[in-house]
Design a protein around this ligand. Structure first.
Ligand code: CTP
Length: 372
């Protein structure tokens, strides 16, 4: 994808290098242009960071999306002319002002080609505020991706569970698992780019959740907390995608103090009594009025047979199965090879994909199922 980056002048410029890095990490071509002569002082820097020559406002190169960052409010006339020209040509425009602008809550309006990332203010020591792109470069890059994505889930509530749960033994010890949360976050972002109102209920993650309007992150710790957070929010959802690696067992009791190995009653080779945690997916599958339900299955053998059994047992519409023993699939890697099983018995194996691309394939199925 080609991103036309219209770089404005002003204090927000300090964040442009990290923004360029975030755009290029997604393997997009970044074509820089300077919005005012004052912005030209760093032309060589922009050119080398983007690995592209700095273009001219009156002859901008062709691109799939235009990104104004930081952008002045109101826009300089030459930039306003470029914006209206691009919009007329059907090119989405994303603007990131750093000065105060009205907040734009909620997800992207259906059919909207433009997206505005709301700026935030950083309180300064000694009083006053400094304009800042508090949303951060990842959030801006997501907004750019959203601007070129068909909003086929506009206004639909999508709940995603992600990450591990943590079951405390005592104040310093716990039971958990190797889930990083990357697959769940990828699903949440894919749904968000399509215009959904996303609720991400997650355990402790090894990945950062970008601050985006229309993406509500609900951090929890234990399976019981995740269960409660999901049930409280489920009525508003059109679909729920349960990707979290929920601990199946938790200690029967949580000790209020650290368990000392020398304490009376602690054996030389102690055992830890466990109890089953609530099965959140099965609980949703049993609801009389339930949203479209997508489950995950991490398997190590007989993947399709176990997954089909899990789909029926837990009352899912779709089940995404992966063989966690396969290299490049499962925990703590950036890729996944998923097979999507459906209630009607159809089986769709996906190739080895980035978790983001795999999430897009899963959301394609969800969007098709929710289409009127
Ligand atoms: N899941 C859940 N609540 C639980 C356990 C699992 O919601 N307490 C969900 C997971 O988020 C996933 C699906 O159920 O979508 C399957 O999880 P998995 O651990 O593979 O299945 P289990 O129920 O643990 O089955 P088994 O132990 O037989 O593999």
């Amino acid at each position: 994808m080609r991103v036309l980056l219209v770089i404005g002048a002003g204090p927000g410029q300090g964040a442009v290098p990290s923004l360029i890095a975030a755009l290029r990490r997604r393997e997009w071509a970044v074509l820089p242009i300077l919005s005012t002569p004052a912005a030209a002082s760093c032309a060589d820097l922009w050119s080398s960071l983007c690995a592209a020559p700095v273009g001219f406002l009156d002859a901008p190169p062709a691109a799939d999306v235009a990104l104004l960052a930081p952008c002045a409010v109101p826009l300089p006339p030459a930039v306003a002319a470029l914006v209206s020209h691009r919009r007329a040509a059907g090119v989405p425009v994303v603007s990131v002002p750093t000065a105060s602008a009205p907040a734009r809550p909620g997800p992207r309006p259906a059919g909207a080609a433009a997206w505005e990332v709301v700026p935030a203010a950083l309180p300064l020591l000694g009083g006053g505020v400094a304009p800042l792109w508090l949303a951060g470069p990842e959030a801006v890059a997501e907004a750019v991706a959203a601007a070129v994505t068909r909003p086929d889930l506009a206004g639909k509530g999508i709940l995603v569970t992600a990450g591990p749960t943590v079951e405390d033994i005592d104040p310093v010890r716990f039971l958990s698992n190797r889930s990083s949360g990357l697959m769940g976050l990828s699903l949440a972002l894919s749904a968000w780019r399509r215009g959904a109102a996303v609720t991400l209920v997650h355990g402790p993650l090894q990945v950062a959740v970008p601050a985006l309007p229309g993406l509500e992150a609900v951090p929890v710790r234990s399976a019981a907390q995740m269960h409660q957070a999901v049930l409280e929010r489920i009525a508003a959802q059109a679909a729920a995608i349960l990707c979290a690696a929920v601990a199946d067992f938790a200690p029967r009791q949580v000790a209020a103090q650290k368990i000392k190995k020398t304490a009376a009653g602690v054996a030389e080779d102690p055992t830890l009594p466990l109890r089953r945690t609530p099965d959140i997916l099965a609980a949703l599958g049993a609801l009389p009025r339930r949203p479209f339900l997508v489950g995950f299955a991490a398997e190590t053998d007989h993947v399709e047979a176990h997954a089909l059994d899990k789909l029926r047992r837990k009352g899912c519409d779709l089940l995404c199965a992966n063989d966690v023993t396969e290299p490049g699939s499962g925990f703590a890697v950036a890729t996944n090879r998923i097979t999507i099983l459906a209630r009607d018995g159809s089986i769709t194996p996906l190739p080895l994909l980035s978790k983001s691309a795999a999430a897009d394939c899963i959301l394609d199925r969800v969007a098709a199922a929710l289409a009127p």
